[in-house]
Design a protein around this ligand. Structure first.
Ligand code: SF4
Length: 460
């Protein structure tokens, strides 16, 4: 397995902040001694990277002093911030090579949470929305197409919502779990493989977008899919692992070639001397950059559920949802439930945020004590806005403030977008009319769904 998360034993002081936060007890070591990540247990969420407090100072000693460390991590020489013991491995070199190669079409997508995090790395206040500047920066960096994971988040709702309706009306296996968080999927495969069929068969938005870029995108842009190099910008350290899972190649190529985190995109923007905060606001490229408010809230806990309910309600009842802000599913609590009236059906839903909170829910399910139709699970404390690849927060007091500000910016963006329901995204409608035909159809099954094998040892 290629290493995603590691702890540098020469830098680690054994403060064990990482151990406290690890959701799968994957960090071993005695107090005040160097800690080690057990890769067979690690779900790669990167929360240890966020919380690590042991570092060496590049500003003080210069990069020369830490050249080996830099090389091991794949970091460019321009990074001047402290090097913390817990880190993820960066793939910036591969992206730079692709961008410099005139024979390669470099296409990019960015996840919803990136746009409420990236500006922080340029000194903007916590949770500043930077969607337009993000699109502009990616264009200045030389990406040939600047697409958006949010487009695929809308597609995910079409597929996952239809799958839920199918399971509910055909007495399928319930509750259905969301499958868009790879840390959660890996946790389930490692610890509760017998429950894996509860996972939706949908791929995550990143993987749907990757598969669509090299098929639908290649077709609409008249580009040879073999020439496309697909890059994802993610708030998440686990997405690199997800993109490398063997089954994620249904386009005939790797659906996603490489992943950069929000932090690493900031390194790249700085490396190229782009003044992020002075950029104009630009749009993502059509057709796969068109998105709704429902897609944007995927970045916050409860967001996938709310987006699914907005669409599910209208597909089932044929009527407009009376209140589009479904506050019953919002909030920071680790496990919360709600009953939503959808026509004749009382849909019982659950939301888990912070992977440590999922164990009792799964135990209840095994004991037959859980009466729910649909459960969203996110690994990170309050969803992807708090992901392991987001800008690193140094002060303890910043964590809660950042979480709240990023979530609020996400909801604000949702409120301001002209279309707020996935099934009303005009570019998604066009995708179904001209290519996929219908949710859960033949083409969707081939490109957008998968089976979780339950044995993560087979994934490397
Ligand atoms: Fe990645 Fe989001 Fe899951 Fe965290 S909650 S592991 S950022 S997908």
């Amino acid at each position: 397995m290629t290493t995603v998360i590691a702890i540098d034993d020469k830098i680690c002081t054994g403060c064990q902040e990482c151990t406290k936060v690890c959701p799968n007890l994957a960090i071993e070591g005695l107090p005040h001694q160097a800690q080690k990540v057990d890769e067979t247990k690690c779900v790669m969420c990167g929360q240890c990277v966020q919380k690590c407090k042991s570092y060496v100072s590049v500003a003080e000693h210069g990069f020369g002093a830490y050249e080996t460390v830099r090389k091991e991590r794949g970091l460019p020489e321009t990074v001047t911030e402290p090097l913390f013991a817990a880190h993820n491995v960066c793939h910036l070199d591969e992206v730079l090579r692709a961008l410099a190669d005139p024979n390669v079409e470099t296409w990019v997508q960015s996840a919803p949470a990136v746009r409420v995090g990236i500006a922080e790395d340029f000194g903007a206040s916590l949770g500043t929305l930077g969607a337009g500047k993000l699109a502009a920066a990616l264009r200045r960096l030389g990406f040939n197409k600047v697409y958006d994971t949010n487009f695929a988040a809308d597609v995910t709702i079409m597929e996952e919502g239809s799958e839920l309706i199918h399971r509910v009306t055909n007495k399928g296996l319930l509750p259905m779990f969301t499958s868009c968080c790879p840390g959660w999927v890996r946790y389930l495969e490692l610890n509760y493989p017998e429950l894996r069929h509860h996972l939706s068969t949908c791929k995550s938005p990143q993987q749907m977008q990757g598969a669509l870029m090299k098929t639908y995108g290649a077709k609409t842009q008249k580009t040879d899919p073999k020439k496309i190099y697909s890059v994802s910008i993610m708030p998440c350290t686990c997405k690199q692992y997800e993109s490398g899972r063997p089954e994620m190649a249904d386009s005939g190529q790797r659906d996603v070639d490489v992943v950069l985190t929000t932090r690493e995109l900031a390194y790249l923007i700085k490396l190229k001397g782009i003044d992020f905060l002075s950029l104009p606001d630009e749009k993502f490229d059509l057709p796969m950059g068109d998105y709704t408010g429902a897609a944007e809230i995927f970045g916050v806990t409860g967001g996938v559920m709310e987006a699914a309910l907005r669409t599910g309600y209208e597909l089932i009842t044929g009527q407009a949802i009376p209140a589009i802000d479904i506050k019953a599913v919002r909030g920071p609590d680790g496990f919360r439930t709600a009953a939503i009236q959808v026509g004749e059906l009382t849909l019982k839903v659950g939301i888990v945020t912070g992977l440590k909170n999922v164990k009792p829910v799964l135990e209840d399910l095994k004991a037959g004590k859980l009466d729910l139709h649909f459960i969203e699970v996110m690994t990170c404390p309050e969803g992807c806005v708090t992901g392991g690849g987001q800008p690193k927060l140094v002060l303890d007091t910043d964590f809660q403030a950042a979480y709240e500000a990023r979530a609020e910016a996400t909801y604000q963006h949702d409120r301001e977008l002209p279309v707020r329901k996935s099934h009303e995204n005009p570019s998604v409608k066009k995708l179904y009319d001209s290519f996929l035909k219908k949710p859960l159809g033949e083409e969707s099954h081939k490109l957008l769904h998968t089976t979780y094998c339950g044995d993560p040892k087979h994934h490397h």
